[in-house]
Design a protein around this ligand. Structure first.
Ligand SMILES: NC(=O)c1ccc[n+]([C@@H]2O[C@H](COP(=O)([O-])OP(=O)(O)OC[C@H]3O[C@@H](n4cnc5c(N)ncnc54)[C@H](O)[C@@H]3O)[C@@H](O)[C@H]2O)c1
Length: 252
């Protein structure tokens, strides 16, 4: 039996990288995928490729009305909403000394506030569906620090703990809605592409990032999507408020 049969999943950041890989798996496993992204060209193209089980909606995760419209469009298109993946995000390098206030706000707005808004507006739709599963993508940099990623670490740490808050609230209210965070290591997606071709000492950027992982390589988007698929499905019904790490041993 398909693992997501008849489940409708809204995916922020669904046009690229981990979100796109998860959308493909949702459709392959019998579900419906609503790709929600600010990149309309990529999102429309992927939705067209995936066919009738997929749909694109424009979304800017920092805008509350945009979230309300995306959730409403999901329910209108497929009749209900059972899953939410918060994958939209931006990766930026800066230290406490060179991170400007504007950049700190921009990164935290997209990565953290965007996830807050997604959870907030998904809950009423999931309650109406009798329950659901929310998956928030944090990072290994939501579990530990890195001096070169000030704004990013702060935003992903917030995703880690806001996930627990959502999980506890929904459990206490008996909504049958679960919420978990996923913490990838470095994954070979467009987000990190600019770093791969730079030079770090006598190594390429790619080699330097590969060396951070005991498995000796970068992760692939599908490897994270498999973990997300488990969390979206009914295979994970006793997991909520938890951190799921997918990092090639980096944090070990
Ligand atoms: N790639 C990695 O190494 C890595 C590691 C850990 C965590 N993550 C996290 O995984 C998630 C997915 O990243 P990815 O690697 O697939 O990157 P990606 O750049 O391939 O995809 C990110 C998507 O988010 C969208 N997006 C950005 N800002 C948006 C906004 N304001 N509104 C709507 N959509 C917006 C982009 O258009 C893009 O489609 C991000 O939250 C990222 O921080 C990535």
């Amino acid at each position: 039996m398909p693992r997501l049969e008849n489940k409708v999943v809204l995916l922020s950041g669904g046009a690229s990288g981990i979100g796109a890989a998860t959308a493909r798996m949702v459709v392959r496993e019998g579900g419906k995928a609503v790709l929600a992204d600010r990149d309309e060209a990529k999102g429309q193209a992927l939705a067209a490729e995936l066919g009738a089980a997929a749909h694109f909606v424009p979304l800017d995760v920092v805008n509350e009305e945009s979230w309300q419209a995306a959730v409403a469009a999901t329910v209108e298109k497929f009749g209900a909403m059972h899953g939410l993946l918060n994958a939209a995000g931006v990766g930026v390098r800066n230290s406490i000394e060179d991170c400007t206030l504007a950049e700190y706000r921009r990164v935290n707005d997209i990565n953290s506030l965007g996830t807050f808004l997604g959870c907030k507006h998904a809950i009423p739709a999931m309650k109406a569906a009798g329950g659901g599963s929310i998956v928030n993508i944090s990072s290994v940099l939501g579990l530990r620090g890195a001096s070169y990623a000030m704004a990013y670490c702060a935003s992903k740490g917030a995703v880690r703990t806001l996930t627990k808050n959502v999980a506890l609230h929904c459990a206490q209210q008996k909504y049958n809605i679960r919420c978990n965070s996923v913490h990838p290591g470095y994954i070979d997606t467009p987000m990190i592409a600019p770093r791969l071709d730079t030079n770090v000492g006598n190594m390429s950027g790619r080699q330097a990032l590969e060396e951070l992982h005991p498995l000796g390589r970068l992760g692939q988007a599908d490897e994270v999507a498999h973990m997300i698929l488990f969390l979206l499905s009914d295979e994970s019904t006793f997991s909520t408020g938890s951190e799921f790490v997918c990092d090639g041993g980096l944090t070990a």
